[in-house]
Design a protein around this ligand. Structure first.
Ligand SMILES: [Fe+2]
Length: 243
């Protein structure tokens, strides 16, 4: 399986706190059947300043540590980008490394705040789409507005945004309301990929299999594999070919 959203890089956001934890998480990912991971630290104006040039060095160091510890996980890097006006300057400056590509557009993993969908969000996603960039909205099933009303995400789907649902949400790890939303999104065929959004080895682990199995009850086994293998590979293949 291929994980396109996880916070394994140690010490640069609220994910793995140190290298030992990051290596433990990588071992868990491998044990779960994950072979490739695109590491996506937060890039969040005023909070997490993880621009591409710095993250590259962190990723290279982590890849060396994986090799030294005989952990067979192929890694590359991108970012989970918090929605905000900074995006308009980060993109031309090359501060964002994209998650991959989708139908000729570069994919940007876009995070909405948990508590709301800020007014104007659809303007930004529309601007991105018009400029050759494919927004993929991270874990909409955990957003408060979407938890209140599934219709809150519909304009983004109609506009052409992709959705990444967290595997743990489908498996019930984020509570029943998030699980129900995840299932509804799957049933509507609105989910492009599942990803772990792993932050630790305990509370939010790098595990996709449970979510894939739960999703297969909704979309069937073939489609469930598409969510964790076929589509993520199609999106991010270029990261690993270039490696
Ligand atoms: Fe995340």
């Amino acid at each position: 399986m291929i994980d396109l959203h996880c916070h394994l890089l140690p010490g640069i956001d609220d994910g793995a706190g140190d290298l030992a934890t990051a290596l433990d998480m990588a071992r868990m990912a491998v044990a779960d059947g994950i072979t490739h991971a695109v590491l996506t630290p937060h890039l969040h104006g005023g909070r997490w300043d993880n621009r591409a040039a710095e993250v590259k060095g962190h990723c290279e160091a982590f890849a060396r540590a994986l090799t030294e510890h005989d952990i067979p996980l192929e890694v590359s890097y991108s970012a989970e980008v918090r929605i905000g006006p900074e995006i308009l300057s980060w993109i031309p400056a090359g501060d964002i490394r994209f998650l991959g590509s989708w139908e000729g557009r570069k994919v940007l993993l876009l995070e909405l705040p948990h508590g709301q969908i800020p007014p104007g969000s659809d303007k930004l996603t529309g601007w991105l789409l018009n400029n050759g960039i494919q927004p993929m909205i991270a874990h909409p099933e955990r957003n408060k507005f979407v938890l209140r009303d599934l219709a809150a995400i519909e304009p983004f789907v109609e506009q052409g945004c992709l959705l990444q649902v967290t595997a743990g949400s489908v498996a019930g790890g984020f509570g029943e309301p998030a699980r129900e939303r995840a299932i509804e999104l799957l049933a509507r065929n609105w989910v492009t990929i599942l990803a772990s959004d792993a932050h630790s080895s305990q509370w939010r682990p790098p595990v996709l299999s449970e979510g894939r199995e739960a999703a297969s009850a909704v979309v069937g086994e073939d489609q469930a594999w598409q969510l964790v293998h076929g589509r993520p590979w199609k999106i991010a293949e270029q990261h690993f070919e270039a490696a």
